[in-house]
Ligand binder design. Structure first.
Ligand code: FAD
Length: 497
């Protein structure tokens, strides 16, 4: 592992048996895991290049247990890493050698569904898809739809502010969560937000959503549920060049049309997906757009006509509109299977996540092409084109010496270029450990210190998920009043990593 994590505290490791015994007092039975073979499945999340067996795993079932665990760890200076389903692609749930891994997998209950207020109150371990499944027979759904929705938890979605195909029109997690209960590191239980948009007080919910498990442990979430649109139709549009596909995306948005989803795949991704699912993707196209319209039938038909015209004016080489639900699902099948399909092209792939202004897409793709040749590693592209959110998949073979390092360097180049063209380091996968050391590319030291002050307000001892997001974690005392006398740094004795 080339990544530098906070050095394990030997004094904490020496107390492991006492820590396990204390956790067993709070969570009896099988809720505490301490055997090597049973800890191993928790050693990584979806960013499997980095692994660390946790000191111990605890699986509480109630908010009271979470509160008591955190309070005990706070009093005894033991670090805690929260974990939902472990699908994060940025290493946010990567364990630490001297930390308790707190899994929310047993928080599986849907507590309330209120169709009048159009909300669902759920525990954090409920999967994203399970929320839609719980309300779909009444014609409702939960809009943000990460491709991992069958597995990822709503608590993880809140922590990562996750997105998906339908977020272009319906917003990310932050636009669909109304309130939550969180437990702070000292065991305090807070309720933030409520059951309606814009509750009174500071927008603390906006801080908690996307905080990557650094501020508190989410133990309950109130989400909006939406009525399913009357109709949904999709368009499959092939282009001879990526530039023309990119221009078509820009023109659709400029025309004031907000499709329910607008996804792009490049040539390598199109071929891989077509070979995998055989749904009739145009193999002569260099770029493919899948555009979904939803709403009243007449509106969908009208917008399909408008988008077809925009696509033609951008030189589309093929256009197909879905005529029924089976055909619409077939159009999406290739996109949804794109990651596993690309996974068949090489032993390993590294999935990046950055966001750029849509109009810079051709430049970005050109840069990736050049870097692909420089590193000798192929790259396939699948993007949430409407949001400018890129997911380049860098193909490599971890068994070849040096290929993982090359893939990572290639990935870092891509993210640096995203920032250079006016974009950001992450679209929806979070910073975690993956992009932690690139944060200074985007933020000044002052920016980062201000962000960390927020962390200090919630977790002054820096015990919750340390080593993630911030490239350097300053002690909170140091950030409070920074007086530099005679060019001497305050608190020189404080350890840094
Ligand atoms: C195949 C695949 C496809 C994916 N597609 C998408 C996609 O389309 N869009 C997208 O946005 N993401 C996607 N992801 C990434 C991932 O699924 C999301 O980031 C998801 O929200 C993580 O949820 P999780 O329950 O697995 O969280 P974990 O991986 O367990 O944890 C993620 C982070 O959240 C924190 N956390 C988890 N639960 C809590 C809690 N209850 N309280 C406080 N902090 C908590 C952890 O500490 C960690 O920092 C994909 C991943 C995979 C493997």
């Amino acid at each position: 592992m080339s990544l530098v994590m906070p050095a394990p505290d030997q004094a904490v490791l020496n107390r492991r048996a006492d820590i396990i015994a204390a956790l067993r007092q709070i969570v009896p039975g099988e809720g505490v895991i301490d055997k090597e073979a049973q800890l191993r499945p928790y050693e990584s999340d979806g960013l499997t290049a980095y692994r660390q067996v946790p000191m111990v795993v605890v699986l509480p079932e109630t908010t009271d247990q979470v509160s008591r665990i955190l309070k005990w760890c706070h009093l005894n200076r033991v670090k805690v890493v929260p974990r939902g389903s472990g699908t994060s692609l940025s290493g946010g749930a990567l364990p630490l050698e001297d930390a308790v891994l707190l899994g929310l997998g047993k928080f599986k209950r849907i507590l309330e569904i209120d169709y009048n207020d159009r909300i669902a109150v759920v525990e954090p371990g409920v999967t994203n898809l399970a929320i839609t499944q719980a309300v779909e027979e009444r014609g409702f759904y939960y809009a943000p739809d990460p491709s991992s929705q069958i597995a990822c938890s709503i608590g993880g979605n809140v922590a990562e502010n996750s997105g998906g195909v339908h977020c272009l029109k319906y917003g990310l997690t932050t636009n669909n969560v109304l309130g939550c209960e969180i437990v702070l590191m000292d065991g305090e239980i807070l309720r933030i937000g409520g059951r309606q948009l814009d509750p009174a007080g500071l927008d603390l919910l906006g801080i908690v959503v996307g905080s990557e498990g650094l501020l508190g442990v989410v133990t309950e979430v109130t989400v909006r549920i939406l009525a399913k649109p009357e109709t949904a139709r999709a368009l499959l549009i092939g282009f001879a060049t990526v530039e023309s596909a990119g221009q078509c995306v820009a023109d659709v948005i400029a025309a004031g049309i907000i499709p329910a989803g607008m996804e792009m795949m490049d040539e390598l991704a199109i071929r891989a997906a077509e070979e995998f699912v055989k749904v009739g993707y145009p193999l002569d196209a260099a770029a493919l757009l899948i555009v979904e319209l939803d709403g009243p039938e007449a509106e969908c038909d009208h917008l399909i006509g408008e988008i077809e015209a925009i696509a033609r004016s951008n030189g589309a080489v093929s256009i197909r509109a879905s005529n029924d639900e089976t055909e619409r699902m077939a159009f999406w099948a290739g996109r949804k299977a794109a990651f596993p399909a690309i996974g068949r092209l090489a032993p390993d792939y590294y999935c990046m996540d950055g966001t750029i202004p849509r109009r810079r897409l051709p430049e970005m793709l050109d840069y990736m092409d050049r870097q692909s040749q420089h590193y000798g590693l192929a790259v396939a592209n699948v993007f949430h084109a409407g949001d400018g959110n890129l997911h380049p998949l860098i193909l490599y073979d971890a068994n070849e010496t040096g290929e993982l390092a090359k893939a990572e360097e290639f990935g870092r180049d891509i993210l640096r270029f995203c920032v250079k063209v006016g974009g950001v380091l992450t679209g929806e996968h979070g910073v975690g450990v993956e992009k932690r050391d690139l944060m200074p590319v985007m933020f000044s030291e002052t920016d980062l210190q201000h962000q960390q002050r927020l962390k200090c307000a919630f977790d002054p001892e820096l015990l919750l998920n340390p080593g993630k997001v911030f490239p350097q974690l300053h002690r909170c005392a140091e950030l409070g009043q920074m007086h530099v006398h005679g060019n001497q740094l305050a608190f020189p004795d404080l350890p840094r990593f």
